[in-house]
Design a protein around this ligand. Structure first.
Ligand code: AP5
Ligand code: MG
Length: 251
């Protein structure tokens, strides 16, 4: 592992080449805050969920070769999309080997000088071990893991009222953050709609999977001294300020 990061101000983390993981249950606000930090502060936002949804969309554009993925007849990301859809729709995790291949391929071309945020990866202990091995091999480091904590009743309410742009992934909420024009993305003009895995049965499954397979990462990262807990059951603005303070950033 590399040298410990310098401290800029009391309680704050230096932002030179910062490498972060956003961890937390579905609906906790990982994507909301990762997108903000990426836009405002130049960090690269890598969401495995967004990447998979994009791959699924691209797979849908290859109907004439559907089924040919196993023969290597389609690009790798399209093949991932073809395989991932059934897992995601049911609220299950996509297999580790597919996810690790996808995110490592993307990280290999990540040249952003400020660093990156991994949103939704790792999500199992084997994924976390693979990331640690890769960083160790490269002489890199994972600076902090932010754990977004929200009570389950609030998570269910948020997911039940979430709407997402199918084109750019912008996140809305019909309760607190609707798009200006219903169904139309403020950012790109794309179609804003409910995610397929935000149906109640899939939400229940995702929460169960989180507790079984992802929650053990809290102990994994706590043991390594990398975990920072964020009370994410407050307004988006208050959470944003807390994260910026934690990271030594100013809007
Ligand atoms: P992914 O897309 O990563 O979904 P998730 O982890 O379930 O998390 P969400 O995106 O649902 O929630 P979020 O924390 O980003 O919350 P958001 O900011 O949107 O993964 C989807 C699927 O892909 C997985 O189920 C799995 O199948 C697969 N997958 C992905 N990564 C994988 C991996 N590593 N391994 C295996 N499989 C993988 O906010 C939610 C809503 O709440 C929004 O409407 C927002 O406006 C609102 N909101 C946010 N903050 C607040 C607040 N403070 N107060 C009130 N409302 C708020
Ligand atoms: Mg998300």
């Amino acid at each position: 592992m590399g040298a410990p990061e310098p401290i800029l101000t009391s309680g704050a983390i230096a932002m030179t080449q910062t490498h972060l993981v956003f961890l937390g249950p579905p609906g906790a606000g990982k994507g909301t805050h990762a997108k903000f930090l990426a836009n405002e502060h130049g960090l690269l936002h890598l969401s495995t969920g967004d990447m998979l949804r994009m791959a699924i969309q691209e797979a849908a554009d290859y109907p004439e070769v559907a089924g040919a993925a196993a023969e290597g007849a389609v690009p790798a990301h399209v093949a991932i999309g073809m395989q991932a859809r059934a897992f995601m729709d049911a609220g299950n995790l996509v297999p580790d080997d597919l996810i690790i291949e996808m995110i490592f391929h993307r990280l290999a071309s990540a040249t952003d000088e400020r660093g990156w945020i991994l949103d939704g990866f790792p999500r199992t202990v084997p994924q976390a071990q693979a990331l640690d091995s890769r960083l160790e091999h490269e002489g890199g480091r994972l600076d902090h893991v932010l754990l977004f904590e929200v009570p389950e009743t609030e998570l269910i309410a948020r997911l039940g009222s979430r709407a997402t742009c199918a084109s750019c992934g912008a996140i809305y909420n019909t309760r607190i953050r609707p798009p200006t024009h219903e169904g139309v993305c403020d950012v790109c003009g794309g179609v804003v709609r409910q995610r397929r895995d935000d149906r109640p049965d899939a939400v229940r499954k995702r929460l169960q999977v989180y507790h079984e397979l992802t929650a053990p990462l809290v102990e994994y990262y706590e043991a390594g001294g990398r975990l920072r807990r964020v009370d994410a059951n407050r307004t988006i603005q208050r959470i944003r300020v807390e994260i910026e303070t934690l990271l030594g950033l100013q809007s």
